[in-house]
Design a protein around this ligand. Structure first.
Ligand code: HEM
Length: 460
């Protein structure tokens, strides 16, 4: 469907201005700490392959979809999570699914997979919309035109949903801790000079793990209590915690240790809410700037739902809603950078890759690549129409990663984002507070630096 676009219908979107030349070491460290997506020069958005090696540390950014397929899927056995990613995440997440590798990862992924299959995801639909409606009931108490911080509201909403879906818990006290923990962790756990200069792997790093211990020790006490109560309790549950507690090794018959369970619980809490809440925050921000897209969304919602609460079965028919989410994940991918370390030498884009090289697949860059996307910096959900997606390489778009390490929660996240967006947009229109600066900031995830202040407009 052709649309006539004016400049105000399709404004330029916030993104850091690429530096004129590759940054020197100190500038690079400073910029990575403040906003890692601000380090990419124009080259990164134009070339298939960039060599970012420094001294004896080999590092490459790969934008060629075939090469990305090679790293994430075809030769995935040769690529592990990087030491830097582990150093940043392990103090909090331990050996959870995001950080582990090899046999431990395979076994744990097998145990957890049933909680994320299509039937389970559909079963979470009612609790996703109930929590959203409870949030809207709160908004109904506010005056029309009231202001609120959307990012905080979405963070709390997705946190409450993940707690209930995965742990059946009224885990309000744990959720409170996670909410403050994530914030501090992202600010505190940023790479230092000593993470970025290629020190030999046996050298100790200067980073103290004290802060991570502090953040998570309270959390550990509460998880221990939740696990103990569940082990002692008589109530039968079918949730992820029940699966973790019941799992037995096929050969030895042993179950998961309390530490292993704790690591998975915190990983799911962390990985399972912040990314989706960011996807929703960016989506509602983009809609506030694109009234034409918003009007089409409203048309679809009234045709498919006619004012009623959406259900998981409606998701396949909410096609335009889905395209809006897909387009947001292209422009503002919450997981903006993926990294892998080569175990053995390999060849990528005709170049020899020595062992221990780090390969970066950067959705932030890839999804805005000049050769792969038309008008890459514009918000155009229609680019995800089936006929316009047909010629696109599957690995040109990887908001959830790909291959064996693809996000276990992708279907959960898409269903949740569609149901929440459909519920909110039927009752409210959100408008960016005039003058509020919106700026994407690459920390562990892609966050709006100043949050997103919105003005509420009730739809009549
Ligand atoms: C829009 C929302 C989300 C985005 C953009 C996202 C993105 C990603 C990406 C890119 C990866 C792969 C990382 C890599 O290859 O290095 C990943 C892995 C993972 N995600 Fe998500 N995610 C989202 C939602 C969720 C949800 C809702 C959950 C849980 C309920 C979740 C749990 C995980 C876990 C446990 C992994 C590690 C999987 C493994 O290595 O086996 N994510 N996610």
């Amino acid at each position: 469907m052709a649309t006539i676009e004016t400049a105000s219908e399709n404004p330029l979107l916030p993104a850091p201005r690429p530096p004129q030349r590759p940054l020197g070491l100190f500038e690079l460290v400073r910029t990575v700490k403040d906003n890692s997506i601000a380090t990419f020069t124009d080259d990164a958005y134009n070339l298939d392959f960039l060599d970012r090696s420094f001294l004896w540390a080999h590092a490459y950014i790969v934008n060629d979809p075939e090469a990305i397929k090679h790293v994430l899927l075809d030769n995935a056995m040769n690529y592990t999570k990087t030491r830097l990613a582990r150093r940043l995440l392990e103090p909090g997440l331990g050996q959870g699914l995001l950080t582990s590798d090899g046999e431990t990862w395979r076994r744990h992924r097998r145990i957890m997979a049933p909680s994320f299959d299509p039937r389970s995801v559909a079963s979470y639909g009612p609790l996703m919309t109930e929590h959203t409606e409870a949030l809207l009931t709160g908004w109904d108490q506010l005056a029309n035109g009231a202001e609120l911080m959307l990012d905080q509201a979405m963070m709390r909403l997705t946190l409450d949903i993940i707690a209930q879906a995965m742990f059946s818990a009224d885990a309000a006290d744990i959720a409170d801790l996670v909410a403050t923990g994530v914030e501090r962790y992202q600010i505190d756990v940023r790479p230092t000079l000593f993470d970025l200069i290629p020190l030999p792997p046996w050298m100790p790093r200067l980073r103290s793990m004290k802060f991570a211990k502090q953040i998570f020790s309270e959390f550990d006490v509460k998880i221990d209590r939740m696990v103990t109560e569940r082990r002692a309790g008589k109530i039968e549950r079918q949730d992820l915690l029940a699966r973790l507690l019941a799992a037995r090794d096929e050969e030895t018959g042993t179950g998961l240790s309390t530490q292993e369970i704790r690591d998975q619980v915190i990983t799911i809490f962390m990985a399972g809410h912040e990314t989706t809440s960011l996807a929703l925050t960016w989506t509602l921000y983009l809609l506030s700037e694109h009234p034409g897209v918003e009007a089409k969304l409203h048309t679809e919602l009234s045709e498919v739902l006619g004012g009623r609460t959406p259900r998981a079965e409606d998701v396949p028919r909410l096609r335009y809603t889905r395209m809006i989410i897909d387009e947001t994940l292209r422009l503002y991918p919450p997981a903006h950078t993926l990294s892998r370390e080569a175990m053995a030498a390999d060849e990528i884009c005709g170049r020899r890759i020595p062992p221990r090289s780090v390969i970066y697949v950067v959705p932030w860059v890839l999804h805005r690549h000049r050769k792969l996307w038309e008008r890459p910096d514009r918000f155009e959900p229609e680019r995800f129409l089936p006929e316009r997606s047909a010629g696109r390489h599957r690995f040109a778009y990887v908001p959830f990663g790909a291959g064996p390490r693809i996000c276990i929660g992708a279907a959960f996240a898409i269903t949740e984002a569609i149901l929440i967006l459909a519920t909110i947009a039927q009752r409210y229109r959100l408008r960016l507070k005039p003058g509020h600066p919106v700026e994407p900031r690459g920390l562990i995830t892609l966050r709006p630096r100043n949050g997103v202040a919105m003005v509420l407009e009730r739809r009549t």
